[in-house]
Design a protein around this ligand. Structure first.
Ligand SMILES: [Zn+2]
Length: 279
């Protein structure tokens, strides 16, 4: 006999089937501070990356809904009080696309004034440079593995009119991995990326935006349920809520639906200014 003990059949069958994953002592924390709409700060190591900055004061730009009683000037709400302090820490911007609710004139001016690099999709770099931004390919940012994943901002003609949007999978060494989907409806590209990459964190736009003509240009609530069930091991942050007139989904409504679906433990719907921490 080589060892001092031998595992019996009985012992094998009485072991728990789902043992907790061993803790990785090297794994560090990733923080997300949600500011407003899709604007948030992603913090890990020495990085403090501002995602899709819309920094304008309330009512700075036109309604996005084309008609109806809910048509109002945007943004609907101010940035939270925490923003001034939080913006002082920013080391770079991550941009998924340059629509005004993701990179408005206030955000563009702020980036230029503070000489903040704008990390983006390689195909957007030249256009942003022409506008005076210090634009660079996110894949060269030195933050670990980065994959660019195409998103689709609406079906058919609407998707084409709204143009190219991308998402980013970012996996820094010894940190949770994150998939920022960017503005999208449900597509095979998004579902495949989740299956293949199994991100620890997913950030998804949840406002179910609609111009009042044509279909939704962001995930419907039903699609968000499918997305969450498709990613049972991911923590999911829903944003793009209650800041723009064409986004009818409310935080309370979304929370209630996720509760009904038994998904509450997996999802996060932060208030403006709230910081979430992931290990
Ligand atoms: Zn948007």
């Amino acid at each position: 006999m080589l060892g001092t003990s031998q595992t019996s059949c009985e012992e094998v069958f009485t072991q728990p089937l789902n043992r907790p994953k061993p803790l990785n002592p090297l794994k560090k924390t990733m923080k997300i501070q949600h500011l407003r709409n899709a604007t948030m700060i992603l913090r890990f190591d020495a990085h403090s990356l501002l995602v899709d900055p819309m920094l304008s004061k309330p009512k700075s730009f036109i309604p996005f809904r084309l008609w109806g009683k809910n048509r109002r000037r945007n943004p609907l709400v101010p940035l939270p009080d925490e923003s001034d302090q939080a913006l002082k820490t920013v080391t770079g911007i991550i941009l998924t696309h340059n629509h005004p609710d993701h990179f408005d004139s206030a955000g563009q001016d702020w980036a230029k004034t503070n000489k903040i690099p704008v990390w983006t999709d390689s195909r957007a770099v030249a256009k942003l440079k022409k506008k005076g931004q210090n634009a660079r390919d996110l894949r060269t940012a030195g933050i670990g593995t980065v994959e660019v994943i195409p998103s689709t901002h609406g079906r058919g003609i609407m998707g084409k009119v709204l143009g190219r949007v991308v998402g980013y999978y970012i996996a820094p060494p010894h940190q949770p991995s994150i998939y920022l989907i960017g503005d999208s409806i449900m597509t095979d590209s998004v579902m495949d990326a989740i299956s293949r990459l199994q991100p620890d964190i997913i950030v998804a736009p949840a406002g179910a935006a609609n111009f009042g003509i044509g279909g939704d240009i962001l995930f419907s609530v039903d699609e968000l349920v499918v997305l969450a069930k498709h990613a049972p091991d991911s923590q999911i942050v829903f944003n793009h809520l209650e800041a723009l007139d064409h986004c009818p989904t409310t935080r309370d409504g979304l929370r209630a639906r996720m509760h009904e679906e038994g998904l509450s433990n997996q999802i996060h719907i932060p208030e403006d200014g709230e910081e979430l921490e992931f290990n």
